[in-house]
Design a protein. Structure first.
Length: 593
């Protein structure tokens, strides 16, 4: 049904021409937008995570700097080194630990353990609590490092008693070993509990809660900070954490696809001598692709609205198209039955009305051409009859010339016989019906013509022939050489001159074409005349005037029929006087048009 109905074809074509490009555009826009959004999101969030890492590192450096005050305060350092043996030392320890806690508002409490005297001091809630007896003490495990960061855990009393402790809150702890810089003897350990307020404040600026996730992990996968408070201090065993731990780059991103999460991870390492935290942000694909989906939804709504308009317009256009086409088909059917004068009933100013008018004009022209063809056929028959009658006269003249030549020999007049023979050759050559002849025949014809001209002008003309024997067999169109020579006698020969020389040369050129040159020492032509002649030779008139049926223009026109654009005629001035005409034609002629 679709193949036989132009209306259905129009509907299918217009819908396809609309849906396919627009759908392709939507798909390409979606994928390009998706790619650009992901790249831009990664770039933006990488910069954001880097800034967050810098802020957190600065915060940790402030806390680490506060822990160094135990070395900077000589009185406090002396009390620690003495083991807090008297109340003066205890006073210095109270003052020093108070200064440490007050230096950073996020410090929850500070704990000092003196290994040389087995005493401990906890500064909390603005007071210091001592544990100087033989009871158990909390001894931090620093190891070989002088400073370590303990991951997030719930705050505790460090085995101190005698007070009402505050509710436990998540904190991370900086443990610093206190040693003598000279003897490397350890006096004790300073522990500073820091709540997560500052880190939480920084982290909340780095991700969109509820849609994204932000984690701060240590090298073992323990959660320093995370979106779920229940995960604080827990060690994650997820696959993405193990993959992250295997990466060597200090920063970067990777894609992760699992049942639990599909999206992008962007991370920054915060390596320092006392901690090796990793700041990582998880962005799900749903959030990454939301902008691209919004653009696609808008394009889909535009496509649906556009489709409704296209379907309506297609129906209207198809009806308008099919009505005049059916009328045109009906008229063509009448013409097929032989009614060549059937009219087309299509009105209006659109393309179909123009088509009907052109078709009507075409039929009128066909009728006229049919009539003209009959007339041409009658005229050709008449011309053929006249041509047959015209052949009688040349044959009669040729036979008469042979009789006159015989009579000249009988009366001992060889020169007269020679001239009559040359004239007979000219007539015999012109009577030959061949259109293509060997170059030797063309040259022989010109020699006969020049013998008559030399007799006419007595001793004023000298002719030089410079034709290679190797090209004599090459076929050329008949009567291309004599018009070049005849042009010299018509326009260039000076009868007042004592002597003139005409040179006819032929050879095989370097480009493989045959080169024929006719060079005279006649009067020549002016530059203006030469340019006009060149323009006429380059032009390709559709009809030649009768007076132009011979000569250079006719020769060039005939050569183009045989060789098309491979034929070339060059006309130049000859020094000191005269004109040189050069023909270049292929050695293997093509069929004429």
């Amino acid at each position: 049904m679709i193949r036989n109905s132009i209306r259905n074809k129009l509907i299918v074509f217009l819908l396809a021409a609309t849906i396919i490009p627009f759908s392709t555009s939507i798909a390409m826009t979606y994928f390009i937008t998706k790619h650009n959004v992901i790249e831009e999101t990664i770039k933006t969030n990488s910069n954001l995570i880097y800034q967050g890492k810098t802020n957190i590192t600065n915060h940790l450096n402030v806390i680490q700097q506060a822990s160094l005050s135990i070395y900077n305060d000589t009185s406090l350092y002396g009390a620690v080194e003495n083991g807090a043996v008297d109340y003066l030392d205890r006073g210095e320890i109270f003052r020093g630990m108070q200064a440490i806690v007050m230096s950073v508002k996020e410090i929850q409490q500070a704990y000092l353990y003196l290994s040389n005297s087995n005493k401990s001091f906890l500064f909390s809630q603005g007071n210091i609590f001592r544990n100087e007896g033989t009871g158990p003490k909390y001894v931090p495990q620093v190891g070989k490092s002088d400073t370590v960061l303990e991951p997030t855990h719930l705050s505790h009393t460090y085995k101190s008693s005698g007070f009402n402790p505050l509710p436990s809150v998540p904190v991370f702890t900086l443990h610093r070993s206190i040693t003598n810089a000279v003897t490397m003897k350890e006096f004790g350990t300073l522990s500073i509990d820091v709540n997560l307020n500052m880190i939480r404040s920084i982290a909340e600026q780095l991700y969109e809660q509820g849609k994204e996730q932000l984690f701060i992990l240590d090298s073992g996968g323990t959660v320093i900070y995370g979106p779920d408070p229940m995960l604080l201090g827990q060690t994650l065993e997820d696959g993405w954490v193990k993959h992250l731990q295997q990466l060597d780059q200090p920063s970067g991103n990777f894609e992760w696809n699992s049942d639990e999460f599909k999206g992008i991870h962007i991370y920054e390492r915060m390596d320092s001598p006392y901690h090796d935290w990793i700041l990582v942000k998880r962005i799900p694909n749903e959030l990454l692709n939301s902008n691209a989906r919004q653009i696609t939804e808008i394009n889909m709504m535009i496509l649906i609205a556009f489709m409704i308009v296209v379907i309506g317009a297609t129906l209207v256009i198809s009806i308008r198209f099919t009505t005049p086409i059916k009328r045109l088909i009906g008229t063509i059917g009448k013409i097929q039955t032989g009614n060549m004068h059937a009219d087309i009933d299509v009105k209006g100013n659109d393309e179909f009305a123009i088509l009907a008018g052109r078709f009507r004009s075409m039929m009128e022209r066909i009728n006229n051409l049919i009539m003209r063809e009959y007339q041409l056929e009658i005229a050709n028959k008449t011309n053929q009859l006249k041509a047959l009658q015209a052949q009688i006269n040349p044959h009669f003249l040729y036979n008469s010339l042979q009789s006159i030549g015989t009579l000249a020999l009988q009366h001992n007049a060889p020169q007269v016989y020679s001239l009559i023979s040359s004239l007979a050759k000219l007539m015999r050559y012109s009577m030959n019906s061949d259109t293509v002849v060997p170059f030797a025949s063309e040259l022989s014809h010109v020699k006969a013509y020049l013998e008559l001209q030399m007799q006419r002008f007595e001793h004023k003309l000298t002719v030089n022939y410079e034709a290679d024997e190797s090209i004599m067999h090459i076929p050329v169109p008949k009567m291309i050489l004599q018009p070049l020579v005849e042009n010299y006698f018509k326009h260039g020969f000076d009868q007042r001159s004592v002597s003139e020389t005409l040179t006819i040369a032929a050879r095989l050129g370097d480009d493989g074409r045959m080169e024929i040159r006719v060079q005279d020492e006649g009067t020549g032509m002016t530059e203006d005349t030469l340019q006009k002649l060149r323009r006429r030779l380059e032009a390709r008139p559709r009809h030649q005037q009768e007076e132009e049926s011979i000569g250079l223009i006719n020769v060039m026109s005939r050569l183009r029929l045989y060789y098309e654009d491979e034929a070339e005629m060059i006309i130049d001035h000859n020094k000191p006087s005269g004109v040189t005409v050069t023909l270049r034609i292929p050695t293997l002629p093509k069929e004429a048009s």
